[in-house]
Write a protein that binds this ligand. Structure first.
Ligand SMILES: C[S@@+](CC[C@H](N)C(=O)[O-])C[C@H]1O[C@@H](n2cnc3c(N)ncnc32)[C@H](O)[C@@H]1O
Length: 539
């Protein structure tokens, strides 16, 4: 049974109190050390986005020794605690406001205090466990959401508008890939808690979060007040429909994408092939994204017998396709059955629906389900568009995405490439070169090269024979022009090969093999020191 909006909203436990009540709670959360880093440290996990419930894989809940522990137990682990512990660790004024805002409840005569919703810090902490990376994120954010249901709960018992946890590992990846640069107008489509809009609020002139579910928008509105954010607007409606003042410079979306017969669970169900909302996000993009603006879409999609991800997504852009560059960054791919098993393991879908979902997905002839970050840029002025697919091997850095967008812009314009000729060139550390040679009389002649890069993305490119000699000369002291002159003098390349040479340089740059001064990929981040201490397992 799908609950009617009104029935469901009757159970909305939160109260929109005064600004000063929200400020008291906010300050208490920070004073208690209830930050992303604080919770991760206490639970000995690399980040809040690795959190697992006790029945979801953790061994035991944390002891309650101080205010932070009490908040973790109540709001993250969603377990009640003895009222005496609350009195000991939560100052009376903060407790009063937590109750008054509807976040905590204690029935008369009840010896326990319980949280009515989940609440967690959601600012991405800096990570490097091969899963995702984050840079320069210092603004603390807290979000309330519904306590997730376990995958053993039958489908019909799960409220259709359950507010998705803003601290799931998929949300973590989604947030971690968003740019850290300033922007004008920001839209979070399928916003749920509004976590990305809250994050973007310090970078954007204005941020809007939109969701179809009334319950989600009420939670998002509560989150805006909880964080004391002034420039985030919450709207309710179907996809872009509630945003009447269109024209955004940056759009972020983490939509539902699990294949489903019909749409019941709003946060997970993506229709028969999982792409119902994805198709609309892309197909209607030209109505909301400004020229020069960029969409960051975090989802799962699929390679099929009928087409690869990048070709299918390009087709979804519809008649406006000639206005958009498209970048697909694969993070993880797997067989459909594994995809469903993972979704159930994380509580996104009930266990007992795996078989039927797997059955009807067959008709789409899916080869691999692909978790991807999809970046779509609307051209600022007319030029030929590009489509690229790269494998991030699970390592994603927003700075690397920005770098790739910039480099692709340059390497496709001969005039922009020519301007790079006088820059010093260096071969990236994480690259490898394979030279193909054939016997030629008494010696060997180089007939081709393959170059591999692992950072910022995984790439393998076939290159002309002069590449090996060229890369050997890229020592950080010579410019590209110096290296070209050397090659000509050594008879490795013809003096008239300028255009082909430039094109080759562009290919090497875009693969991340060649770092030119001022256009180099971001540095490979160091490994975090507490990695070894983490006993979890990559989610
Ligand atoms: C996977 S959740 C993501 C929430 C949040 N952005 C996050 O990452 O934590 C997907 C959200 O999309 C919303 N949604 C589903 N269909 C929608 C539609 N047609 N228009 C707008 N929002 C929709 C759901 O209500 C849900 O809140």
């Amino acid at each position: 049974m799908v609950l009617m909006e009104s029935e469901r909203m009757a159970s909305f436990p939160l109260r929109f109190g005064t600004e000063s009540q929200f400020a008291t709670v906010r300050q208490f959360l920070l004073d208690a050390g209830f930050t992303a880093a604080g919770v991760a440290e206490r639970l000995e996990i690399p980040s809040i986005f690795h959190f697992k419930f006790v029945d979801g894989g953790r061994i035991a809940a944390a002891d309650v020794r101080n205010a932070r522990d009490a908040l973790i137990r109540l709001f993250v682990e969603a377990e009640p605690i003895d009222a005496r512990l609350v009195e000991r660790h939560i100052p009376a004024p903060a407790f009063r406001e937590l109750v008054d805002l509807g976040l905590l409840s204690r029935e008369p005569g009840d010896r326990e205090v319980r949280a009515t919703v989940a609440l967690a810090p959601a600012d991405p902490a800096r990570l490097d466990d091969g899963l995702w990376l984050d840079r320069d994120w210092r603004q603390p954010i807290h979000v309330v959401y519904d306590v997730p249901v376990s995958s053993s709960v039958p489908e019909q018992e799960i409220p259709s508008d359950l507010v998705f946890a803003g601290i799931g590992s998929n949300t973590g990846v989604y947030l971690a890939t968003l740019p850290r640069s300033r922007c004008g107008r920001f839209l979070e489509a399928c916003g749920g808690t509004g976590v990305a809009a809250l994050m973007a609020s310090s970078l954007a002139d204005e941020a809007v979060t939109a969701d179809i579910a009334e319950r989600a928008t009420r939670f998002a509105e509560f989150n805006v007040r909880l964080n004391g954010t002034r420039n985030v607007r919450v709207v309710q409606g179907d996809l872009y429909e509630p945003v009447s003042d269109r024209g955004f410079d940056r759009i972020a979306a983490h939509p539902p994408y699990v294949p489903s017969r019909g749409i019941r669970n709003l946060y997970a169900d993506g229709g028969d092939d999982g792409e119902f909302i994805i198709r609309r996000i892309l197909g209607e993009l030209h109505t909301v994204l400004n020229p020069g603006g960029v969409l960051y879409l975090n989802c799962a999609t699929s390679d099929r017998e009928t087409g690869q991800v990048e070709d299918r997504l390009r087709a979804m852009l519809g008649p406006a396709t000639g206005e958009f560059d498209l970048l697909v960054l694969d993070r993880l791919d797997m067989e459909p059955i594994e995809f469903f098993a993972r979704a159930a393991e994380r509580g996104f879908i009930p266990l007992d629906t795996i078989g039927s979902r797997f059955g009807f997905l067959k008709e789409f002839r899916v080869q691999r389900m692909v978790y991807a970050t999809i970046v779509v840029r609307r051209l600022a002025s007319p030029r030929p568009v590009w489509t690229i697919r790269r494998n991030s091997k699970g390592r994603l850095d927003p700075a690397a995405i920005e770098w790739l967008l910039d480099v692709e812009d340059r390497v496709r314009r001969p005039s922009a490439l020519a301007q790079l000729l006088d820059r010093r060139a260096l071969v990236a550390e994480e690259s490898a070169l394979c030279v193909w040679s054939q016997p030629d009389g008494p010696g060997w002649t180089t007939v081709g090269c393959t170059v591999n890069a692992e950072w910022p993305f995984s790439a393998e490119v076939n290159c002309p024979p002069w590449t090996a000699d060229f890369l050997r000369r890229c020592d950080g002291a010579r410019t590209v022009r110096d290296a070209f002159s050397d090659l000509v003098r050594a008879g490795r390349i013809g003096e008239d090969a300028g255009d082909a040479f430039l094109q080759g340089v562009g290919t090497l740059m875009s693969a991340g093999v060649l770092a030119l001064e001022g256009a180099a990929p971001p540095p490979l981040p160091p490994v975090i020191p507490n990695r070894a201490a983490w006993r979890g397992g990559v989610p």
